[in-house]
Design a protein around this ligand. Sequence first.
Ligand code: CTP
Ligand code: MG
Length: 181
Amino acid sequence: MGLFETVVIALWAMLPAYVPNNAAVLAGGGRPIDGGRTWNGQRLLGDGKTLRGTAVGILAGAALAVALNAVAPAVADLLGADLPTFPLAVVLALPAGAMLGDILASFLKRRTGRERGTAFPGLDQLDFVVVSLLLAFLAAPDWFAEVFTLPVLAVVVVATPLLHLTTNGIAYQLGFKDEPY
Ligand code: CTP
Ligand code: MG
């Protein structure tokens, strides 16, 4: 498989995990998941993790996966790349894993004394990748092994932080986000 096809497949397969964070930024607000509870004087998760943001994020990622399944044959023809379609379990696992990874990262940030909105380089850019891949693997191991070959995984690890910083920078410039990371 050439580099172009590897990159196309990596981005295609990860799109349902990329979109939830951005949808959550746009939809966030309302009741925090932790209901304001604290642990050792720090919030459990903080006001940046809300029920509405999480629900809208998962729904947006799942809806995108379904839409990608519908257009996969046409786009595959156009690009000459063998694009994967998402089994139902993966339609949910990728976006749910992305939101869960982000929530776990906030949990870790609060335990290490970081206030809401502080940067945690590395964690901020890859938390959602690790957990979405893990849930996708658990949901459909054979599909996962077929799609996420080592070269595809390598592209995901390199491209995701770049994409994440770019989209968050744009969201910050447009005033949707308080910090550019
Ligand atoms: N958001 C949300 N629910 C989520 C994730 C994000 O409502 N599960 C919204 C919140 O409005 C949040 C914004 O998206 O403020 C940006 O997300 P993020 O950078 O992950 O949160 P922070 O506010 O920076 O908080 P933290 O330090 O916990 O990451
Ligand atoms: Mg943040």
